[in-house]
Ligand binder design. Structure first.
Ligand code: C5P
Length: 253
């Protein structure tokens, strides 16, 4: 069997060369990391759930015309995506104060923000992905002002879509992170949503109880991460197919 070419191994995913030029196979691992990989664990089944959930969200975005890298799911852990040049920014959209913003600005977690707030972090693990402004982004050439207009519009469209989908299943979208890819089409370049959208990269709280159904369960030791992600997948009707239940043993005479 031919070994396929590994392009990149990240904390939660591995990328392999795809079958056609311009495609990549994205493999979802069970590894969970937090606090810039200071906390690590293997959480059985997480990769399968994130693969299915990211497929669900990306297909939904495609259906409403938000360009993204998803092509098709290949199996329980892998999906085929368009290869793109990742813009070195983490684009964070917040609807409620939580996490690093709540801490940085001294706002109580869960406070509704007057409007969605978009933040940018420079993607660099060694630096701990520092918060940057559009001034840094333009000065260092990470993205042009025209790119930033497109990125803001993509981020807000993803926010409206995801907030609505989650609201429909009784979940509040507190915040999320997306990554943006650059693709070239002839003389043109276009920006698309890339990487993944999953409970690893969102904060999701049950609307009624406030229960956390995202990676904070792992970051803050709040219980089973698999149970939390399974709950999200169940509510969205995106559950891994389990093998048919075994019937009672029958006696063979
Ligand atoms: O930690 P912070 O509050 O800045 O995170 C904001 C949102 O971005 C959270 O939903 C978190 O899961 C996500 N995030 C991420 N990857 C990072 C940093 C944050 O998915 N490296």
């Amino acid at each position: 069997m031919a070994r396929r070419k590994k392009i990149y191994e990240g904390k939660a995913k591995t990328l392999y060369e795809g079958p056609e030029p311009g495609t990549i196979v994205q493999y979802f691992k069970d590894d969970a990391t937090a606090f810039n990989a200071e906390k690590k664990a293997v959480i059985e089944g997480k990769g399968v759930l994130n693969n299915l959930l990211s497929e669900y969200f990306m297909l939904g975005l495609t259906n409403i015309g938000v360009p993204n890298h998803f092509l098709k799911r290949l199996n329980m852990r892998e999906q085929l995506v368009r290869s793109c040049e990742i813009v070195p920014l983490e684009v964070i959209v917040r609807n409620y104060a939580a996490g690093s913003m709540a801490k940085r600005l001294g706002i109580e977690e869960g406070t509704q923000l007057p409007r969605p707030i978009v933040e940018y972090c420079y993607k660099d693990d060694k630096l701990g992905d520092p918060l940057v402004t559009e001034e840094h982004i333009a000065a260092f050439g990470w993205a042009s002002p025209q790119d930033m207009d497109d990125i803001l519009s993509l981020a807000l469209r993803v926010n409206d879509f995801l907030s609505g989908v989650m609201y429909g299943v009784g979940i509040k979208l507190v915040d999320f992170k997306i990554e943006i890819g650059r693709v070239y089409e002839g003389d043109f370049q276009r920006l698309i949503v890339a990487d993944e959208i999953s409970p690893d990269s969102c904060r999701l709280w049950d609307i009624e109880t406030g229960q956390k159904l995202d990676k904070d369960v792992f970051r803050r030791d709040l219980g089973s991460l698999t149970d939390a992600y399974t709950e999200v997948a169940k509510r969205l009707g995106v559950m891994p197919k389990t093998s048919a239940p075994m019937g009672k043993p029958t006696l063979i005479n």
